[in-house]
Design a binder for this molecule. Structure first.
Ligand code: SF4
Ligand code: SF4
Length: 663
């Protein structure tokens, strides 16, 4: 029986001392270079604004570990997900194996690389190498053959990195194979399964000597060191930065933007200089590996607008390097030289990019920061916004209808004002659309019927309510938003409001996630959440079952921004409707085109986003389309009219359908 001590290999077998010295010098040198280059990037990020992202560190680390090791988000896109998983795990296992071998070779009195452990490690490393090669081949096939739009334009480094990694893996196997052949095919080396099999043909053609072994070993080392040295100077940087970006991700709802500190005293607004971004926002720029997932999901990009979230991040990165690494003068080098106004105004703040991004990069806050600059520093806003902002300033609603008429919709409905019934359990936040848009007034009336049927104790603010300010904030007019938010919070807190019902996802998002920045802390409930709860608890009963096939459109601010996907669907099913899903639904839902203030902007370039979304719905040939947002309803209404389908398709808010069923 073979002595376990003999089941091993001599690390650096057949390698002359001079080569070994070169390896140590080269290895330490390239590792030092990689560490130095990452350190340099950290110094650049530190030039950014302070921001605390250290809360709930344990949760952050667990979340990042799940994402990194199990590729939870990346695998949602199957082919590239499996491809990256293969490269990741292949690489990681080989890295661990290399470290073990280095410990065995270099740490005195440590000897563990023999016997069963040697066999196990040999097998694991060969399988890992094979998995790595499969992953690289999948990536090369995709880049060279499929050439998906989202990966364009490519850079030379994209393929170079893959070839370099392939060379490391292949020369590793060749070195192993020639060693096995040169050592006479020891039986236990069968555990080095790939090397063993490869050694057979090499042996037949005579590549089995010590010279060939040294040659492959040398190439293997050169490629490995080149790979390490390249980490800090290519998108390989994501190996280090992306996990960190996930750890320090924004844990709040997507698209929550921070207020401008000291609004009244501030002298500059928005992104005037790149270093005004926080350190995490700067880190984001290095975490991007140009995978293009964000671009593929972006409704603006897919309807031929000039915006690509991938290019936006890359342009900002290039600018960061110009300014903070090369030290170019901020007067002569601004982000707006690379990023045009049209790019920034094209965003609907739908968060599809953020939902897809494997590095958890935050696109929306950067876009809003730049819009703030255009809006408040430069006054460079699309012409039509002048009127919208004026309307909000003068009448506290974007339509510009007199503020004194805000409660007219409720006439004859016998709804108490909060000033009359200050102890009401709920405040019904009507929102501008509910108050002024004729179509959405009907939805509010339907909602009131439901609330009354369930004996909910509620009141409204009437003319004391102002626009929540969502549009102003997303459009970069933080000053206008700030005024409305502060005044609304003052009124709400004055009445000691605790629970708020709203039928507007934009109001929901703003009151729930952003008013706490101004001291307004409320339990905010969207009408679909409340209705689902009332049905569940039997507080409203359905008198009839509705018929027909409906599709439901996810509002971005309800779905992706706030995770409300199930309640609207549950309600539709309870109503007896047959629900058909559009191809892009739930987390992958496609924006209606109204968000981010786009509701108030002309859509002059490319295909209209709402037309595309209508096509998604019409492809199902439904009898009805259900929504839960006033602005989605408007966009569908316009789209269906343009497609001459408005008479054929029922377009309803969920509240209207429920009100019909309880009569
Ligand atoms: S938020 Fe939506 S529209 Fe804006 S860049 Fe991201 S995906 Fe595109
Ligand atoms: S921002 Fe995120 S999703 Fe977009 S290209 Fe970069 S890493 Fe990929």
């Amino acid at each position: 029986m073979i002595n376990p001590q003999e089941i091993t290999r001599h690390v650096c077998w057949n390698i002359p001392l001079l080569f070994k010295i070169l390896v140590y010098v080269g290895g330490l040198g390239t590792i030092a270079l990689a560490v130095w280059s990452v350190y340099q990037r950290v110094q650049i990020w530190k030039k950014g604004r302070e921001e605390d992202r250290k809360d709930n560190l344990k949760e952050r680390l667990i979340f990042a570990a799940k994402n990194v090791f199990f590729h939870t988000r990346i695998l949602k896109d199957q082919y590239p997900g499996i491809m990256h998983l293969a490269i990741f795990w292949g690489f990681l296992v080989l890295l661990i194996g290399t470290i073990l071998v280095a410990i065995e070779a270099d740490v005195p009195f440590v000897h563990f690389y023999y016997g069963a452990f040697y066999l196990l490690v040999s097998l694991a490393l060969d399988i890992a190498g094979l998995v790595l090669i499969i992953g690289i081949c999948m990536a090369l096939y995709r880049r060279l053959k499929e050439k998906p739009d989202r990966l364009q334009p490519e850079k030379a480094e994209d393929n170079l990195i893959l070839y370099l990694l392939l060379a490391v893996a292949v020369t590793g196997f060749l070195t192993e194979a020639v060693r096995i052949a040169a050592q006479g095919f020891p039986k236990f080396e069968l555990y080095s399964i790939v090397g063993f099999i490869l050694a057979i043909p090499l042996n037949i053609v005579g590549i089995n000597g010590t010279l060939a072994h040294r040659f492959f070993w040398f190439i293997h080392m050169v490629c490995s060191f080149a790979f390490i040295a390249y980490i800090g100077y290519s998108k390989l940087l994501h190996i280090v930065v992306t996990p960190a970006s996930i750890v320090f991700r924004d844990r709040r709802s997507y698209g929550v933007v921070d207020p401008i500190p000291d609004m009244e005293e501030a002298e500059s607004f928005g992104l005037t200089k790149i270093e005004e971004l926080s350190w995490k926002q700067l880190m984001d720029l290095d975490a991007c590996m140009r995978c293009g997932r964000c671009q593929e999901a972006c409704p603006a990009h897919s309807t031929d607008k000039p915006l690509s979230p991938k290019n936006l991040i890359q342009d900002l990165k290039e600018h960061m390097n110009d300014r903070l690494a090369k030290g170019k003068d901020p007067e002569e080098c601004t982000p707006y030289q690379k990023i045009s106004d049209d790019v920034l105004w094209a965003c609907t703040t739908c968060a599809a990019c953020m939902e897809e991004c494997p590095a958890y990069i935050e696109h929306i806050d950067k876009i809003v920061e730049m819009r703030r600059y255009l809006s408040l520093m430069e006054g460079r806003i699309p012409e039509e916004l002048n009127q919208t902002f004026r309307n909000m300033e003068n009448n506290y609603n974007p339509w510009g209808v007199g503020f004194a008429n805000r409660a007219d919709w409720a006439e004859g409905l016998d709804i108490p004002l909060l000033s009359e019934n200050g102890s009401a359990e709920y405040l019904l936040w009507v929102g501008c659309a509910g108050a002024y848009d004729d179509r959405y007034k009907k939805v509010l009336k339907a909602l009131v019927e439901i609330l009354k049927a369930a004996n909910i104790d509620f009141a409204i603010l009437g003319t004391e309510e102002k626009c929540c300010g969502d549009w102003a904030r997303r459009l970069g007019n933080e000053y206008l938003f700030w005024m409305m938010a502060v005044e609304n919070v003052e009124v709400l807190n004055g009445y000691n409001v605790r629970k708020v019902i709203t039928a507007c996802p934009h109001g929901y998002h703003t009151l729930k996630n952003e008013y706490p920045q101004f001291g307004g802390n409320y339990q905010v409930i969207h009408h679909t959440q409340l209705i689902a709860q009332l049905l569940e608890e039997g507080k409203i009963s359905l008198k009839k079952s509705l018929e027909g096939t409906f599709t439901y459109h996810d509002s971005c601010y309800l779905g992706r921004h706030n995770g409300i996907y199930d309640e609207p669907r549950k309600i539709l099913q309870r109503l007896g409707l047959s629900l058909k899903e559009m191809e892009k639904n739930r987390e992958k839902g496609f924006c209606c085109g109204a968000g981010g203030g786009r509701m108030w902007l002309e859509e002059k370039t490319g295909t209209r986003i709402n037309y595309v979304r209508c096509d998604h719905a019409l492809a199902l040939n439904p009898q009805g389309i259900a929504t839960a947002c006033p602005f989605c309803l408007t966009m569908f209404d316009d789209g269906l009219k343009a497609k001459d389908k408005i008479e054929e398709i029922q377009l309803k808010d969920i509240a209207e359908l429920v009100a019909e069923a309880i009569k």
